[in-house]
Design a protein. Sequence first.
Lengths: 155, 155
Amino acid sequence: MRLSTKGRYAVTAMLDLALNGKTGPVTLAEISENQGISLSYLEQLFAALRSKDLVRGVRGPGGGYYLGKSSDEISIANIICAVDEWVEFTRCGGRQNCSGGARCLTHTLWDDLSAEIFNFLADISLGDLVRRNLANRNGRDTSLSAVSTSSSQAA
Amino acid sequence: MRLSTKGRYAVTAMLDLALNGKTGPVTLAEISENQGISLSYLEQLFAALRSKDLVRGVRGPGGGYYLGKSSDEISIANIICAVDEWVEFTRCGGRQNCSGGARCLTHTLWDDLSAEIFNFLADISLGDLVRRNLANRNGRDTSLSAVSTSSSQAA
DNA sequence: TAATTACCTAGTGATTTGGTTGGAAATAGA
DNA sequence: TCTATTTCCAACCAAATCACTAGGTAATTA
């Protein structure tokens, strides 16, 4: 898995779209202005998002972008994978030349952990984030998703 | 947050250390051999891990690295933060010049999500991963941590 | 026709990645 | 004490990635 600033930009832009796209299409110029991301960089990100059907573009005056599907059907994992080229994990290409077994062992552990992280992000949708915010206008600490058993360790 | 191949290398190396360090110190040469990571790159990673007291080095023949504390006291988030320089999230530096409010809104949403991801990774320890593997020798699908409510969405 | 917008391609400086080289300091064993 | 081993440390490097700029073309509206 890969979670970089590029993915953050994409998620941020999609959030902007989910929040402001209720009435009509949102232009990249608006998102650029709102989020402080350069227009051309947004174009590149949205090319990737469009290829995965996460957004739908409308050309011409009055055009812009819509979400490609309902905000509940778009997970954070979907967005990050679209722009960050889901890096395939080196799992020794099956079982070949995995010297000693110690290598395969840690690879397996890492793969399991990666899958867990992916599932975590796949379970949070754009809709979840938006609703959480609306519900949290003056309240506090609304749980983001079904998953929320944090405690024990801090930074 | 930031989850790159660099962090993956660090987690993988720490897993190797947790698995093989029961009897004595583990040399970087062994980890390099086991995991296919260059020795010098490991040195750089372990310099960062050492500065955060996640590992303890012993010089000289028969030397190597120990875990700096119990594997239960080392979270995945600890490891990734040590090598990846925990990127501070642009939250508009407080509340200044955040045009329109739409920007602050998505920033807040992103910050909340980031915190959630961090908590998720902070709740998984090296010890969890090791125990999961031992428990899963011939069994299947042992839950990794307390957190495991996945369903609904897939890739 | 003109303005607006998505869409496309190429390039660019800065940073990060993952690695190499060449050591120095500490320690165990001969 | 000498030597081998190992961590430690600094500088440097090619390749990739990041975030952006520049300069268009295609579709659509008024």
